[in-house]
Design a protein around this ligand. Structure first.
Ligand code: SF4
Length: 332
């Protein structure tokens, strides 16, 4: 009985076996709705119902991973010019958001000096909460220096914990290096952010293994879920798009495993995924502003303004409209 399984998870604790069974048996809407209700109550009890907006500046450095990950469509040829980035930081502040993530690309030889100079420059002009996502590009010393600069969190996304699948999808990348960044952040007491991709070719057992691997990190504060999307001109362009149903059920199981962790939406999701994400126990951060250097990413909705050769995609009004219709408030 599915309801008994959920009660066991809620009252006696969840282990890998129960989590796998819940994920497998929640394929039917009837069971999934029970799972979502349980995940909602866990989120409300541990994090509250309210959401808050964050911002992200993408493509701050070129990605030097060779060959490129087989699903990847992002690429910038040059670093984000610092004066332009600072102007975007000011614009994010003007819009009222208090937290910004600086993201991508990656370099296995390190982007240490590059990121430290950017963070110091932002610190000089802004009090925004800063998060960093440069994949496996940071040395232990740089992680310590970023902590000293009061960087709030560091992201190291594994996408999948299945080593063979990681090698197939990300042949130029290093799972070991990405794991070691998580371990360093844990040792140094820095909040950790990570991502898991749904639909890359993993099975349910891989997902559960991945969730329990992440759960061991006491400093894990935000886990984002990417939804595989076959972008044109990528090696994996013929693989089918991952279903939002798969993503939502995985988030709901993750909520039972990690009651206090922010569970967010990553690449491949659209704002139309937000209602189902919330209903499945997602929360409590929502990406409201995305800064890009090209204006050709049609996965964003809402207003676009140009600031110093960059594009500010402000999705906050439309997201607030969606959530308002669900009776949910969202803060800056
Ligand atoms: S590391 Fe990230 S940016 Fe670089 S190729 Fe892979 S997915 Fe793309």
């Amino acid at each position: 009985m599915f309801s008994k399984l959920l009660q066991t998870a809620l009252n006696e604790g969840i282990n890998k076996k129960i989590a796998l069974q819940i994920l497998q048996e929640s394929y039917s809407p009837q069971n999934a709705l029970q799972l979502f209700a349980a995940a909602n109550s866990v989120r409300d009890k541990n994090l509250g119902k309210e959401l808050y907006f964050t911002a992200s500046i993408g493509g701050i450095l070129p990605c030097k991973i060779v060959p490129r990950c087989r699903y990847c469509f992002y690429s910038v040829a040059e670093p984000f010019p610092l004066p332009d980035m600072l102007a975007c930081v000011k614009k994010i502040e003007e819009l009222g958001v208090k937290q910004v993530n600086l993201g991508g690309g990656s370099c296995l030889d390190g982007y240490d000096e590059e990121i430290l100079s950017m963070v110091r420059a932002i610190r000089n002009i802004s009090n925004l909460v800063i998060e960093i996502n440069l994949g496996p590009s940071l040395s232990v010393e740089t992680i310590k220096s970023l902590k000293a600069l009061q960087v709030f969190s560091i992201t190291s996304s594994l996408e999948t914990i299945n080593e063979e699948l990681f090698r197939q999808a990300k042949p130029g990348d290093s799972l070991e290096k990405r794991k070691s960044i998580l371990e360093t952040c844990e040792e140094e007491g820095i909040p950790i952010r990570s991502m898991m991709m749904i639909g890359l070719g993993e099975n349910y057992a891989d997902r559960i293994e991945h969730l329990f691997y992440m759960k061991q990190f006491k400093n894990l504060y935000h886990l984002r879920f990417c939804r595989f999307k076959p972008f044109p001109r990528t090696v994996m362009r013929n693989r089918p798009r991952s279903s939002p149903w798969e993503l939502a059920r995985t988030i709901a199981v993750a909520r039972l495993i990690m009651p206090k962790v922010n569970l967010g939406l990553g690449v491949g999701n659209h704002i139309d995924d937000i209602p189902l994400w919330y209903a499945a126990g997602g929360g409590n951060q929502v990406l409201g502003i995305m800064v890009t250097r090209r204006n050709e990413n049609n996965s964003f909705e809402g207003e676009v303004s140009e600031v110093s050769r960059a594009f500010i995609h402000n999705q906050m009004p439309i997201i607030s409209h969606y959530l308002g219709g669900m009776g949910i408030s969202i803060n800056l």
